[in-house]
Write a protein that binds this ligand. Structure first.
Ligand code: BGC
Ligand code: BGC
Length: 663
């Protein structure tokens, strides 16, 4: 095993370098020696920005003293709207509900903002409608608003985090998450399961696009911005006011570091690396007052995070001073050895305060209640979990708010997909595009020409948006499901025709009149979570139709601008060679017009918007360079930070077309 060491400034880089240079065959041996012992005193101790409030503590204690053990157990369980009725919430005193990616009010494929608001009201009223003698505690409703309020029809769909990383613009991230919070509040919901502050290091991971960057420092910087946008800044009157929501830093800890990029897999790294790389975003999120954390499905050196008391309790709560509550992930308790979805005292004892038990809540309630009564779960632990949840509900003002529909932004449906929010999203698209190649300065294009727009991504808003859009996988939808959205084609058409050029759409690349230039939009189809895991980074290994499309146009003498839609860098050397210019557009979301803003000159031949994006993930040289991260000695094709502007010489010499996969 050859470990190449360089003198790199930070220990983080050194850690990264080691992990990327250890050959695969040594991984098992390496992990065998990796310890699961934790040294809390060696972890950062950020400042939890809430002074102890006697008034708040007294209210919590009063509530707690009035609650029966049944009510306490109900408070720590979260059920999914597809599997729980308002009446169940009342009867079992459930503390929280969520809408999973495929769960909609009314059980349909899509739901309008008004349906969401009515649903929020129904659950709220049930939670408050308690018989005399029972304590009424308002239910907390959570949703995956991970790139805008993405489950709601008509919402602004912002670019996924992989794109936001390329912007290098924390101020815009804060504005985006603040806009997201407003759209969520318009539907009466007060809790977003965002931001994901994973540090994805192996691009085969299907959730790479949910992470901002492979660079822990950038993730740390963005964590502050994203949390402050969603919740408002602690100490200001905006904090958790009627325009903001509770945020969730996820997934604690090591979700982005799993071996081979396997979703929900095993992160085999030292404690130092876990802390400095995977953990980099947590201290800033805590200092920004994040109210909840979601535990990771993954394991650290073989131990499931949901059962890891040392990390959840000794490190996160005791050492790092996190004073919010920890929510489990979707039935993740069932993955802990010795547990099932319906029965898992281990995770509660380890420090999970609320269990996400979408369809398993009823059995979990029964077992947990019995385990508290028998002492398997100490009453003090249950009280601590309930106390943490109540503190968060009180900080949010949930008790005083009244019904969701009575709150200031509720029902203001013109906020959902508003022109102001879409303008932010479009700005984010412009800032996140990364120019990888610009042979002979083909770009920016003169709009007064004949422009052919080609490829299955050209007029395809679902493909622009990726997973976690209108449903979990982001599939099965059409442009018509995005009432405010604009496809990349439509954005180009608008600006070309306005300038006096002609634009034509041709999914398959055929044309009657020879175009002056073709823009070919292609890339990954939507996926979420483990559905997106890959064996290597080859782009569509058994289907080179996009490559043929580009080559066919070039063979006819048409210059080609490739616009590549993807949740991660992939091996596309052949496509880069075949194209005259190549743009990494990530998953830009509903505002496809942002692409035209950058590719085209104005009608009077000016550059309106230059390229701004810089890679937040290294781009692979071969399909097997799956985890080439900053600090790696093994050269990626385009390093972290790469990204051309119009001024630059954008010529790229022919790249090797050997994918590196053994045939
Ligand atoms: C994901 C979480 C998400 C939750 C609720 C899980 O499968 O890992 O990120 O918040 O589902 O949809
Ligand atoms: C839900 C998602 C969840 C996933 C977990 C899906 O059915 O809609 O929200 O993250 O299951 O496996």
């Amino acid at each position: 095993m050859k470990l190449v060491r360089q003198s790199l400034a930070s220990s983080v880089r050194a850690a990264l370098m080691i992990i990327v240079t250890v050959p695969m065959t040594c991984m098992a041996a390496a992990s065998a020696s990796l310890s699961t012992k934790v040294h809390p005193a060696s972890w950062p101790a950020p400042h939890w920005p809430f002074a102890k409030s006697d008034a708040l503590e007294q209210r919590v204690q009063r509530l707690l003293s009035q609650m029966t053990v049944e009510e306490k157990v109900g408070q720590i369980i979260q059920a999914d709207i597809a599997s729980v009725t308002p009446d169940d919430v009342r009867q079992y005193h459930l503390g929280s509900i969520l809408a999973g990616g495929d769960s909609k009010p009314g059980g349909g494929r899509l739901a309008s903002p008004a349906q969401w608001l009515a649903l929020a009201d129904a659950y709220y009223h049930a939670s408050m409608d308690m018989p005399k003698g029972s304590v009424a505690i308002p239910v907390l409703f959570g949703i995956d608003a991970v790139h805008g309020d993405n489950d709601v029809t008509g919402a602004t769909i912002f670019p996924h985090n992989v794109a936001l990383g390329a912007m290098r613009d924390p101020a815009l991230v804060q504005q985006i998450t603040a806009a997201t919070a407003e759209e969520v509040r318009a539907t009466g919901i007060t809790w977003a399961f965002a931001p994901t502050i994973a540090v994805p290091r192996d691009r085969r991971w299907g959730r790479s696009y949910e992470g901002y960057s492979e660079n822990p420092q950038l993730v740390a910087q963005y964590a502050t911005a994203a949390v402050e946008g969603l919740q408002g800044r602690v100490g200001t009157s905006q904090f958790l006011d009627a325009s903001h929501v509770i945020a969730t830093a996820k997934h604690f800890l090591g979700d982005g570091g799993t071996t081979n990029g396997k979703d929900e897999g095993n992160t085999e790294v030292s404690e130092t690396e876990l802390r400095d790389v995977d953990g980099a975003g947590y201290p800033p999120a805590i200092a920004a007052g994040v109210q909840t954390m979601m535990a990771s499905y993954s394991s650290w050196n073989g131990v499931k995070m949901h059962g890891n008391k040392a990390l959840l309790t000794d490190v996160l709560k005791d050492r790092m001073g996190f004073g919010g509550f920890v929510v489990g992930d979707w039935n993740a308790q069932g993955q802990v050895p010795g547990c099932s979805n319906e029965d898992c005292p281990i995770v509660i004892n380890a420090g999970i305060d609320m269990l996400m038990a979408p369809d398993s809540w009823r059995g979990l309630y029964t077992h947990t209640l019995a385990e508290v009564k028998s002492g398997v779960i100490p009453m003090a632990r249950l009280d601590d979990a309930v106390t943490r949840i109540l503190r968060v509900k009180l900080r949010l003002g949930l008790f005083e708010m009244g019904a969701p529909s009575t709150q200031p932004l509720s029902g203001k449906f013109d906020l959902i997909g508003s022109s102001a929010h879409r303008a932010l999203a479009r700005q984010a698209v412009r800032e996140s595009l990364v120019l990888l190649k610009n042979q002979d300065h083909l770009l920016p294009l003169n709009p007064r020409q004949r422009v052919l727009v080609v490829g299955d991504g050209a007029d395809n808003i679902p493909k622009q948006c990726g997973g976690w859009t209108l449903n979990w996988q982001g599939t099965g939808t059409t442009n018509a499901d995005f009432p405010h959205g604009e496809s990349i084609w439509n954005g180009i058409r608008e600006q070309v025709t306005a300038a006096g050029g002609t634009a034509a759409l041709s999914a398959d690349g055929t044309f009657k009149q020879k175009p002056d230039v073709a823009i070919v939009v292609f890339g990954e189809n939507p996926y979420a979570e483990y559905h997106g895991d890959l064996p290597n980074l080859a782009y569509k290994p058994n289907d080179d139709s996009d490559l043929q499309l580009v080559r066919h146009l070039r063979a006819q003498g048409v210059p080609v601008v490739a616009v590549f839609l993807s949740g991660r860098p992939l091996w596309v050397n052949r496509e880069i060679n075949a194209s005259s210019a190549f743009v990494a557009a990530w998953l830009p979301g509903s505002e496809g017009g942002g692409v035209a803003d950058v590719l085209l000159r104005t009608r009077d031949d000016k550059i309106a918007h230059d390229f701004h994006g810089k890679l937040a993930y290294s781009w692979p040289r071969t399909a097997t360079q799956t985890s080439r991260n900053i600090g790696s000695n093994n050269r990626p094709l385009f390093a972290y930070g790469y990204g051309l502007t119009y001024e630059d010489n954008g010529n790229v010499s022919p790249l090797s077309e050997d994918s590196g996969l053994s045939r």
